[in-house]
Design a protein around this ligand. Sequence first.
Ligand code: AMP
Length: 282
Amino acid sequence: MKRKIKVSTLQKAITKEHNKGKSVGFVPTMGALHEGHMSLIKMAREQCDVVVCSIFVNPTQFNEKSDLKKYPRTLKQDMAMLIEEGTDYLFHPSVDEIYPDGEDISVEIDLNGLDRQMEGAFRPGHFEGVVQVVHRLLDIVKPDKLFMGQKDFQQFTIIQNMIDQLKMPVDLVVCPIMREEDGLAMSSRNRRLDPDIRKKAGILNKSLKWIKKNMDELTPAQASKEAINKMTIPGFKPEYVTIINGKTLKPIRSFESHDYVVVCTAVWAGEVRLIDNLILKK
Ligand code: AMP
């Protein structure tokens, strides 16, 4: 695996690959890699000739500076995992390389409210930061395919919207959520969970699955309320359980009038904020 830190050296290497007729798959991450990330790398490996992974903890998407500071950084271990999976290039830039003219570059697109609910409502400015960094990374890497996880449902929907609006020449491939045995969605943040809290964290997925099983007898409002009750156990504080139309991300009032329905949640598990989602209907 070749490790690139400078934008110009990575760009030269990728141009060479493109000139040889190779397709390029790109997996952007913030590091502290786990099996969820590796499933994206595997998918990229299957679908593309060359796999590029970036590790960049993007400061502009953290609305809480303490969250940015506490974000786990495990570069050595990450590199070993990437090599093991046959990644061709690791792009691990500095903040200055990504934002040479300062952090205030924003991407001019109208997200049509997609960025205002759920994560957008609870983490103001988060999606502006995500759009800004993914746009910049795509501009640098110029991949044929971009691989993202369903784990961040609102994120990939917004990025697909950006790609469509700006007519960017890249295909977005969404990969399923990888989970631990008890159903907890894998996340870099999980390693910060207190052991007692970790033991109980399967309750998130269990509550979402409960909705899927019982949705025929409930309205979305009743289902959300019941899931919030289920997750309100000592140490856990649900922020939202929202049942949405998977395309518009708008909360729905009835299950019957939508074909694509997803439940999304964010829950404080001790000091750590976890997110998860489940497709209820598609
Ligand atoms: P992050 O490093 O958290 O920014 O995540 C990088 C990419 O990995 C994003 O596209 C995430 O959606 C994806 N990802 C994170 N956790 C998982 C998971 N448990 N299963 C599948 N993909 C994931």
